[in-house]
Design a protein around this ligand. Structure first.
Ligand code: ATP
Length: 214
């Protein structure tokens, strides 16, 4: 069976250490050699990213220049309309074959709202879910039925993620970083420092591009 292929979707407006550090810890724990960042288009009815798609990709490139664990897949940005995660996973499944172990990385906040995702019940037929902890969010799902669904799919060990194509949930033991892109944008707007919240190379890019001032 080929190596577990892991994707990490996000708006990344901008990418920050709350994305990078938990995923680096997860990669070490699970034994991921590569993590592919998947920047999203945002549906028109939701608040749009402040940075353009090209700027968000440029910030990802700055962030990963000295982090060989990561690469970038811009397929969702190349499409004119926002993509559902489930559609992207179906495309990857078709490209890589039925036996390829696929992992989709999310934070705890995303796990809590997963039942609102388009065709969420199909996600585990396509991938494993690899969940990073995030401070400030409940560790229990909202309803007993959702919690039961989670318990039913929990992986017992990391080998299960490598030896099956999809279907398990791994709750990773990752560092808690109380950082959000929203906070970074707000700090920039108020002229406050964001040192230690995101890589210097990304801060330099934000400065040069004049992002998040308004
Ligand atoms: P915003 O504040 O603009 O909503 P964000 O900081 O939550 O953005 P996203 O790009 O929306 O970042 O998140 C992409 C993924 O990263 C999501 O699955 C989210 O759960 C996860 N994530 C974001 N920040 C953290 C964090 N501090 N710890 C763990 N996971 C995180």
């Amino acid at each position: 069976m080929s190596e577990l292929f892991a994707l990490f979707g996000g708006t990344f407006d901008p990418i920050h250490y709350g994305h990078l550090r938990p995923v680096e810890a997860l990669a070490q724990q699970v034994g991921l050699k590569q993590v592919t960042l998947l920047p999203n288009n945002v549906p028109p009815h939701r608040p749009q990213p402040q940075a353009s798609a090209a700027q968000r990709v440029a910030m990802l490139q700055c962030a990963i220049a000295d982090r060989p664990l990561f690469d970038i897949d811009t397929r969702e940005l190349a499409r004119p309309t926002p993509s559902w995660t489930v559609d992207t996973l179906e495309a990857l499944r078709a490209e890589r074959g039925a036996q390829q172990p696929l992992g989709f990385i999310i934070g705890q906040d995303s796990l809590l709202t997963l039942h609102k995702w388009h065709r969420w019940q199909d996600l585990l037929t396509l991938c494993h879910l690899l969940v990073c902890q995030r401070p400030g969010y409940a560790t229990q799902l909202e309803t007993p039925a959702q919690q039961q669904w989670l318990n039913d799919h929990l992986a017992q060990n990391t080998q299960q993620l490598h030896h099956s194509p999809a279907g398990h949930i791994w709750l990773a033991d990752t560092p808690l970083l109380d950082i959000s892109a929203t906070e970074i944008r707000q700090r920039r707007h108020h002229g406050q420092s964001c040192a230690d919240l995101l890589p210097d190379a990304v801060i330099d890019y934000i400065d040069r591009a004049g992002l998040y001032r308004d």
